[in-house]
Design a protein around this ligand. Structure first.
Ligand SMILES: Nc1nc2c(ncn2[C@@H]2O[C@H](COP(=O)(O)OP(=O)(O)O)[C@@H](O)[C@H]2O)c(=O)[nH]1
Ligand SMILES: Nc1ncnc2c1ncn2[C@@H]1O[C@H](COP(=O)(O)OP(=O)(O)O)[C@@H](O)[C@H]1O
Length: 402
């Protein structure tokens, strides 16, 4: 047997002391992890309000309001909470849509531990559960003018339904042809700094004197469309992503020579002379780091564009017999409307309960969590779902849903 589920909402839904001298109505669960109790719930019974988190630190006898990273789940009719692996709480939300019913609150994962160190506060982080495996995001870095944008455009043009671009935020001014929301979200520094402080960014860096960053939402938007996410970010950003739980492929594009890089930058004609000089000065350090830091899985030299593009496709498994332009459709999970939840090893049994008898019947499902990947901020992937009919199926009769 594995860990027992945490309390189900119904256990606590009448009233729950929130430790602040208030008694709040609403749905709450409490889950103990080490010497902390995580209380998750919402303070009113409105549909689709979001779930809040409070922590009771038993060793200090104090309540703490943590920094909450990631998009929060909406609250619908009720939910169940199950502690997994001592570091994250799985939340199964009743009455939600099939693509929005499984969430994870990370309370002590490596990512959360690292964020606690950075912020010096208590941190928890949400991520949404996604069925099956999605292809890893692709991080592309390289000095200004090396051809990153050109290569990414070629990929997106040839495989429009397969790849989606993570639209970064930046404080730099738009170039002539650049559109807000398509090439970048052009933003003011003060707004971006506040959003960074509020935990909305997966990574950010100061590059050539401007602030650039990948919002969690930008990556989630691509993942939710069922496409493979491409990030065009600098080496510092790649390093941050490497340290995060976003399991990605890291590719560095290098120029054949500094002279060729300078010529490309000048021919592009998008920067002032001063900006070109700054970008060339930064390029040397970027190339040095790109080649030696161990961040990148692959280094591609963009000498001949067509050759480099073919090599990029090869790395991404898109040569020859490659897949096709068919869009992988993201699949949701149809939870039985009335259900109970239990955990056995790496399986979560969601039993359909009939209102009349309260007994388990058809349409029960099993969530296999043995291959979870990724995690906050963003998505927890690798959830596998099986349908079982508890009347007629025995263990070897479990059907895997397609
Ligand atoms: N860390 C980080 N770097 C970014 C992001 N978006 C763009 N960059 C990098 O910022 C640098 C400058 O980008 P840009 O101003 O568009 O100029 P370009 O490289 O000449 O096309 C490039 O190295 C980009 O890869 C981001 O979201 N995060
Ligand atoms: N292999 C190549 N040979 C010659 N010019 C190239 C090559 N790859 C890209 N370019 C050109 O170099 C310039 C810079 O490319 P771009 O994709 O904007 O770079 P980045 O996004 O890395 O800053 C563009 O004018 C592009 O057409």
């Amino acid at each position: 047997m594995g860990e027992a589920p945490a309390l189900c909402v119904e256990d606590l839904k009448e009233e729950f002391s929130n430790g602040f001298g208030l008694r709040s109505k609403g749905f709450k669960t409490s889950t103990d992890v080490g010497d902390k109790t995580f209380v998750i719930g919402c303070n009113n019974n409105d549909s689709a309000s979001s779930l809040e988190v409070h922590i009771y630190d038993k060793s200090r006898g104090k309540w703490v309001i943590p920094t909450v990273l990631g998009t929060k789940p909406k609250f619908y009719e009720g939910y169940s909470a199950v502690l997994l692996n001592g570091d994250r709480i799985m939340i199964i939300i009743r009455g939600s849509t099939p693509d929005d019913c499984i969430w994870f609150l990370e309370v002590d994962t490596d990512y959360v531990k690292q964020q606690k160190k950075v912020s010096g506060t208590e941190v928890v982080a949400w991520s949404k559960g996604v069925r099956g495996d999605a292809e890893k995001p692709v991080v592309i870095s390289g000095p200004s003018g090396v051809g990153k944008g050109t290569l990414i455009n070629m990929l997106m043009k040839e495989f429009p339904s397969m790849f989606g671009f993570s639209v970064s935020h930046t404080t730099r001014a738009p170039r002539n042809m650049e559109k807000n929301g398509v090439h970048y979200h052009f933003t003011e520094r003060s707004i971006m700094e506040k959003d960074i402080k509020d935990g909305k960014f997966l990574e950010f860096a100061s590059v050539h004197g401007n602030l650039y960053g990948t919002s969690i939402e930008a990556v989630e938007a691509v993942a939710d469309s069922g496409k493979r996410c491409i990030l065009d970010i600098d080496v510092q950003g790649a390093k941050s992503v490497r340290a995060s739980s976003l399991d990605a492929v890291f590719i560095f594009i290098s120029p054949p020579s500094m002279g060729e890089l300078e010529e490309r930058l000048r021919l592009r004609g998008t920067e002032t002379e001063e900006q070109v000089q700054k970008r060339l000065r930064n390029a040397e350090a970027e190339i040095e780091q790109g080649k030696s830091s161990g961040i990148f899985d692959h280094i591609l030299c963009n000498d001949n564009l067509e050759k480099c593009y073919e090599n990029l496709k090869k790395l991404l498994g898109l040569d020859g017999s490659a897949p096709t332009n068919t869009k992988p459709s993201p699949k949701g999970i149809d939870l039985p409307s009335n259900h109970s939840v239990s955990k056995i090893d790496n399986k979560i049994l969601i039993k359909h309960e009939t209102p009349e008898s309260g007994n388990a019947s058809k349409n029960s499902i099993v969530l296999d969590i043995s291959s979870l990947k990724g995690g906050a901020p963003g998505r927890t992937r690798g959830l596998n779902v099986y349908a079982i009919d508890l009347f007629s199926d025995c263990l070897n009769g479990i059907h895997k849903l397609s």
